[in-house]
Design a protein around this ligand. Structure first.
Ligand SMILES: CC(C)(COP(=O)(O)OP(=O)(O)OC[C@H]1O[C@@H](n2cnc3c(N)ncnc32)[C@H](O)[C@@H]1OP(=O)(O)O)[C@@H](O)C(=O)NCCC(=O)NCCS
Length: 171
């Protein structure tokens, strides 16, 4: 399977939504995942395509089918004395897995992180996921931080998402 990796465009929303909602574990977070439909993904692509976030998609060259995506958030990390890239999502459609697409997306993320001048990349990986059990990230040089606990605080979604006028983007 020959794939092209490129920046996501607003027209990719339906393809990304299909990957998210086709996953057997959807909704991942029953309180919040129901929002992950095409309109909210399109809204995200419209409002978050700034310098603080990079959304990449993998597209099959012949069919132009969207077969994977990755989102990375770039933020300054004071204690590190530099920037960090947080790989928030990395998904490949079930039918396309095992063809090197996840690895290619991760390599492109790394190249972009180096361009951003980042000193580190990080991500969360469910311990009961296949990718964790098979050591997908470990095999690609990532180190697991077993000493860190992961906390989240769920928030109510506001009717309107903050847009470009928000401060804090990396310009
Ligand atoms: C993790 C994931 C992104 C990897 O994408 P991918 O395109 O399958 O990745 P690759 O083809 O580059 O590598 C997959 C590895 O699994 C092996 N593999 C072979 N067939 C496979 C299949 N049908 N499904 C999954 N993995 C397969 C590959 O040989 C490769 O092995 P390696 O790690 O020893 O090199 C993808 O499996 C996925 O979306 N999983 C569900 C969501 C997930 O766990 N995301 C990560 C959360 S942070």
């Amino acid at each position: 399977m020959e794939t092209l990796i490129r920046r996501a465009l607003p027209g990719d929303a339906a393809g990304i939504a299909r990957i998210v909602t086709d996953a057997p574990w959807f909704p991942h977070d029953p309180e919040h995942s129901p929002h992950a439909g095409t309109p909210t993904i399109r809204e995200t692509l419209d409002t978050r395509s700034d310098d603080a976030t990079t959304i990449l998609v993998a597209v099959e060259r012949t069919s132009q089918e969207l077969v994977g995506y990755a989102t990375v958030h770039w933020h300054p990390y004071v204690m590190l004395g530099g920037w960090e890239g947080l790989v928030a999502e990395l998904f490949v459609s079930a039918a396309a897995r095992g063809n090197g697409i996840g690895t290619a997306l991760l390599e492109r993320v790394r190249a972009e992180a180096e361009e951003h001048g980042c000193v580190r990349l990080s991500l969360l990986n469910g311990r009961d996921s296949e990718s964790y059990r098979s050591g997908f990230y470990r095999k690609r040089g990532w180190r697991e931080r077993t000493e860190i606990a992961n906390f989240v605080l769920g928030l109510e979604r506001r009717p309107e998402m903050p847009g470009r006028e928000r401060e804090g983007g990396r310009r």
